[in-house]
Design a protein around this ligand. Sequence first.
Ligand code: FE2
Length: 373
Amino acid sequence: MATQTLPEQATADTFPINGTDYIEFFVGNAKQSALYYRAAWGFELQGYRGPETGVRDRASYLLVQGKIRFILTSPLGPEGPIAEHVQRHGDGVRDLAFWVDDARDAFAKAVERGAKPVHAPEVRRDDHGEVIVAAIQTYGDTIHSIVERRNYRGLFLPGFMPASSPYAPASTGLLHVDHCVGNVELGRMNEWVGFYERVLGFYNLLSFDDKDISTEYSALMSKVMSNGNGRIKFPINEPAAGKKKSQIDEYLDFYRGPGVQHVALATNDIVKTVTDLKSRGVEFLTVPTSYYDNLLDRVGTIDEDVGPLSKLGILVDRDDEGYLLQIFTRPVEDRPTLFYEIIQRKGAKSFGKGNFKALFEAIERDQAARGNL
Ligand code: FE2
């Protein structure tokens, strides 16, 4: 069940990207969502922006764990783009922000290559310096902010004030964003692959077709786009024809269009992280225990004991460079849309192709329970 990794290609990033700057979610009630991510996921509340800081139309909470920064934002009334986003999509990802060294140059080059601007570079200042932020559109209502912070020494962004709380649940060991997956409509995957190639200079790291990713009932196709340094990895999925409704179709129906399907967060100790997350109420997909019967025959020797992996439902896959351990949550909203992956890489640079069948069958059991298969 080993997967293949394509050779690294010479890349031509349109502009250098240092990594994910932040992920912003538009949600119905950011105050309560922030408590969920703190209590269940171990994020630390570090910042706040809202009426108390002079912003009249929204409230935002900055949550941090390792190098991961989430912003949770809610509208304070029914008007405007944030409220419209929440009404249409439910809680979801609005912004996958890039950290760059020169936002003006990055924005100009992206637009020159065909990116649709959301807003031109804006200089935001406070006593700690300045941040330059621009933004371009990607699939659906999702955007990429382009953030330059080399002349800023403050907490996060001008406008945010430091926040803390005596309630400070411990970290669950999450370190950084490994990849972010987008779901797009049937027939549109290659268009968005082309966007990341043409506009951002990304390359196609891996491709999966419906022969790789299909069960008896449903199928999907996927291409993984990566920037040159590999810190930004965006798999793009589209549904493929199957006997029944693909999980991607279910997402597109309930999100009312394309959007971010899952965010993969990395840990160095997946058994500890998942044990912790489960004890705090995070719900994971489960696979039949038969998955573990011949695990070591399929993936070879691994450092971990199979017992705890089996007990927690953690999946294992190997490629030419090593292996990886991964597990997927159930959707974290009532709409079957955004979910999370927890991943620990031990050399492998791939995405767990050997687990797709077991995983999708688990998703289909949940889809059937929702009446959506
Ligand atoms: Fe993933």
